[in-house]
Design a protein around this ligand. Structure first.
Ligand code: G
Ligand code: G
Ligand code: NA
Ligand code: MN
Length: 255
């Protein structure tokens, strides 16, 4: 299949939408926020996860168009929850290097959420270390700082898998560290992974940043993370990504 074309068609036909995975308190399983995850609806109705069209996201134009549709999709869903009085705190948006290089990310976010009348302090921008390292580093920092002044918080995603992580923590205004799921997956069987988990939790604590463990799948992982001082997590142990509608019900009943 020609994935770029397939995703391009889906974008043109409005078949790209946001699903949501809850972020929870590891001790009580209480939902404290959401992460928006892109999904493509095939003409036959089948939902395709973002992981399956990552290759197409390598095309900067596709990536930026996808961000646009996710932005409006999320803005509409959030507005719906707020209007219905559903307890909603914040949503993480994944953005990539092309979004920053285009130079209008701040305006696009302000437009999408401003039109829906949603305050920007409900938004967390999730960026990977690799985005921070890109050639347009100054542009990235400027955009991040501008968005932060508007109340948007910044999460460093997949932390530990990128390059020069520690340098970035010093020079970028980061609020939240998302510990990559590979470390969580291996922490109970691999001493090196456990050491990295401990290190990242300590680091985040000392830098006064929140830390979120990704990919928490078992009670044992959850208990160990809590022991180590990590209070927030995300993963199949708690909830899988789900449609806006299903997420609305989840928020209503379990938040
Ligand atoms: O949801 P899934 O596990 O298939 O996600 C796979 C990858 O795709 C993850 O790395 C995730 O960060 C990325 N991804 C999911 N949604 C988006 C999105 O809206 N924009 C960008 N840029 N990446 C996304
Ligand atoms: O790169 P990013 O961290 O944004 O990727 C998030 C993706 O990880 C989500 O799209 C989701 O499908 C996937 N994911 C979320 N929780 C779990 C989990 O507990 N186990 C695994 N294997 N994948 C998960
Ligand atoms: Na993410
Ligand atoms: Mn991640």
């Amino acid at each position: 299949i020609n994935t770029i074309r397939e995703v391009g068609n889906a974008l043109s036909e409005g078949r790209v939408l946001a699903w949501y995975q809850p972020l929870v308190r590891l001790d009580t399983a209480e939902i404290v926020g959401l992460e928006a995850l892109a999904r493509m609806r095939r003409p036959d109705g089948w939902i395709v996860a973002a992981g399956e069209f990552q290759a197409a996201m390598g095309d900067p134009q596709v990536a930026c168009r996808l961000t646009g549709q996710i932005l409006s999709s999320v803005a509409r869903d959030v507005r719906g929850w707020l209007d219905a009085g559903i307890p909603f705190q914040h949503v993480g948006l994944n953005v990539g290097a092309p979004d920053f290089l285009r130079g209008d990310l701040e305006n696009r976010i302000v437009d999408a959420f401003g039109e829906a009348g949603t305050p920007l302090d409900h938004i967390i921008l999730e960026v990977t270390e690799n985005v921070l390292m890109d050639e347009g580093e100054h542009k990235v920092v400027a955009t991040i700082e501008a968005l932060r002044r508007r109340g948007v918080r910044i999460a460093l995603d997949d932390f530990g898998t990128g390059f020069a992580s520690l340098t970035h923590l010093r020079s970028f205004p980061v609020d939240i560290i998302k510990l990559d799921k590979s470390f969580v997956t291996d922490m109970l069987t691999d001493p090196s992974s456990l050491a990295i988990v401990e290190l990242v939790i300590d680091l985040a604590t000392k830098l006064h940043m929140r830390v979120v463990a990704e990919g928490v799948e078992t009670d044992e992982q959850s208990a160990r993370l809590l022991d180590l001082g990590c209070r927030l997590g995300q993963g199949y142990r708690y909830a899988r990504p789900a449609s806006a509608e299903a997420t609305g019900h989840l928020l209503e009943f379990f938040a």
